[in-house]
Ligand binder design. Sequence first.
Ligand SMILES: N[C@@H](CCC(=O)N[C@@H](CS)C(=O)NCC(=O)O)C(=O)O
Length: 217
Amino acid sequence: MSKEELNKPIDLYTWSTPNGRKVSIMLEEVGLPYNVIPIDITNGDQHSDEFDVLSPNHKIPAIVDHEAGIHLMESGAILMYLANKTGMLMDSMEGNYWQQMEWLMLQMAHVGPMLGQTHHFVKFNPGKSPYAEERYRNETARLYQVLEVRLKTRDYICDEYSIVDIATWPWISRYDFQQMNLRHYPRLMDWYLRIAERPAVQRGYGVPQKLEVPIPD
Ligand SMILES: N[C@@H](CCC(=O)N[C@@H](CS)C(=O)NCC(=O)O)C(=O)O
């Protein structure tokens, strides 16, 4: 996309991955107009000098908010920023804020990094390290069970639909990469399908490449 075409107030630098989809889903949910700038991480675009300014860790996603004169990397920080900017999908400190932070940090520190390693070893490099495959497969199953137990008494991870669900759902949507059967986790499966039905989630999932939300058989 040429610079002249970037006429919306927010630029989203992203690729079709769970961390990227968190932010496109959030932008769709809160209804903020945004330009999509694909960063093809399979082609090394994340290492360009231009992108280094926005994301010195050379990972997507990143955003620029031209109205506010701010740029941000790290999907959790971006979700909090957009929730704060719009007053949507994150509670005030008098409400459920700290519980949401607890589960958002669990997503950022465990669900994303561990399931990401499962993608690396189990999906993309099978046979290279049986120890790592077993370790991350077990960790993935353990985290699915943590979410299953959490969702036994609520429809969303922190009661109401929030940035915590938006941060977590795109990782579970890669259940096939993780060789996980969502039917073995009925509450997690219900939660997954409940969120998959949301039009904003379906639109955000298809950024930057138009793809359909996966639905388990
Ligand atoms: N903690 C970061 C992780 C971002 C991340 O790992 N992004 C991946 C795609 S999901 C990436 O850009 N990978 C490119 C690379 O490692 O070179 C976040 O949540 O934003």
